[in-house]
Design a protein around this ligand. Structure first.
Ligand code: SF4
Length: 434
């Protein structure tokens, strides 16, 4: 039990969108408990590090941050809290190896932190608790977590071991949050879950699956421009979901859908529960119903047992789908997952070499797509002033593209405008307001 009152907090967040959303919720509950935000870590009297455990590199970084705050504590009265997936996975190790850490709080227990730091009563809850607020004040976009956890146990993934089994959030709670965000002027909502399209909740005797809750959010969020969702799993992408996206204007024609590998042999070893052919069939079903759909994805190379032929199968799927962007990484053995024990581990040099070829290939695809897009006219949501040139504005398109453009008049965040694309500034489009 921490027995002193705290005045100023500082949060460091690592990892996925779910962690970002939960840090936003934590920030608001700290403010509700009378603790204000410090300008930087050195000026705070409580620091919370919201950690990620998806790869060893992510955890190594946290040990570095703990070291930094350990030194700061030598001449600075500071409470240090470690939370998130690494806290869940390495709870005892952190307590043993880092005495500078005052509290280690598991990823599903973040709701307790504000009470602990403000001396309020610290009530533990059995189940994962969806709080009511994941919005960063002033942003025109907001995450709305609708699920937590995952039941898939892909053989390389730590998430099911640190976030637990899938829990879906109540329909009432989701709609309340969406309506409140609408009142706050939010124009873009992203429904979040590690496996968002396996949402499953019964309320008043009615079963809501993902297309049902998405449809309800579309109906209720009358002032919101776009409703996105992340991350869908290819195995749970139903024909109902495709037809809903095809008919609803609020559902952007852009999808982030993880592929991971283009080889059915490797997908099976990953326990992804779909094949190369079923993935390609899904993409062609979606593209037939929504011809202007654009796709981004996640791809892993160097999974145990991956041969040059398997790698080439991955490249061929990528070139067939023509993803406009991709998150690409090589296999990282993760303690506690099945894949770490697998035979035929691929040497790091080969994993890195394949990753470089994958990146080169994707760079060419992305460039080809972007050059083809120049001279298009796009509708976008104004997100604010451009970083480099405050005369210009930054906006996001339906296809999740960032555009820097010259205004003809002052604009408000959240306004919908039309811009003529005229080229690229590095990886960002540039354009002129029409
Ligand atoms: S679907 Fe697989 S990769 Fe995604 S969170 Fe679940 S176990 Fe991890």
């Amino acid at each position: 039990m921490i027995d002193k009152k705290h005045n100023a907090y500082w949060i460091e967040t690592y990892g996925c969108q779910m962690n970002i959303a939960e840090s936003n919720a934590l920030e608001l509950s700290l403010i509700e408990h009378g603790i204000s935000k410090a300008k930087r870590g050195e000026e705070a009297d409580c620091v919370i590090i919201n950690t990620c455990s998806v790869r060893k590199t992510a955890e190594n970084r946290i040990w570095g941050r703990i070291g930094f705050y350990k030194h700061l504590k030598e001449d600075h009265d500071l409470t240090l809290i470690i939370t998130g997936c690494m806290a869940e996975r390495l709870h005892d190790e952190i307590i043993e190896m880092a005495p500078a850490v005052d509290h280690v709080i598991g990823t599903n227990d973040k709701y307790r932190i504000a009470a602990i730091l403000s001396g309020a009563s610290d009530e533990r809850k059995e189940e994962y608790t969806f709080t009511h607020n994941y919005h960063k004040m002033g942003d025109i976009s907001s995450f709305v977590p609708i699920m937590n956890g995952c039941n898939n146990f892909c053989s390389y993934c730590i998430v099911p071991y640190v976030r637990g089994r899938e829990i879906s959030r109540s329909v009432t709670s989701i709609i309340e949050e969406v309506k409140r965000l609408e009142d706050l002027g939010v124009k873009e909502i992203t429904l979040l879950g590690q496996n968002v399209n396996s949402y499953n909740y019964t309320e008043n005797g009615i079963l809501y699956q993902f297309p049902d809750i998405l449809d309800k959010v579309v109906r209720e969020a009358t002032q919101v421009k776009w409703i996105r969702f992340e991350s869908p799993h290819p195995k749970d992408f139903s024909p109902d979901l495709i037809s809903l996206i095809a008919k609803e204007e609020k559902l952007p024609h852009h999808l982030h859908i993880p592929l991971q590998s283009g080889s059915t042999k490797i997908l099976t070893a990953m326990r992804r529960k779909y094949t190369r052919d079923s993935f390609l069939a899904l993409i062609s079903d979606i593209t037939r119903a929504i011809p202007d759909m654009t796709y981004t994805t996640d791809v892993m190379v160097g999974f145990p047992g991956e041969t040059e032929d398997d790698f080439n199968e991955t490249l061929s799927v990528i070139n067939e789908v023509k993803f406009i962007e991709a998150f690409m990484y090589y296999f990282n053995p993760r303690e506690g997952t099945k894949a770490v024990e697998m035979s035929h581990q691929v040497p790091i040099a080969i994993r890195m070499e394949r990753l470089n070829r994958l990146i080169e290939n994707q760079r060419a695809l992305t460039k080809e797509h972007k050059l083809k897009r120049c001279n298009d006219t796009v509708e976008l949501l104004v997100e604010g002033k451009a970083k480099k040139n405050k005369e210009h504005y930054l906006g996001r398109s339906e296809h999740n593209e960032m555009i820097v453009f010259e205004p003809k008049k002052p604009l408000q965040n959240g306004e919908v405008v039309t811009v003529a694309l005229s080229g690229l500034v590095g990886n960002t489009y540039k354009g002129t307001l029409i």
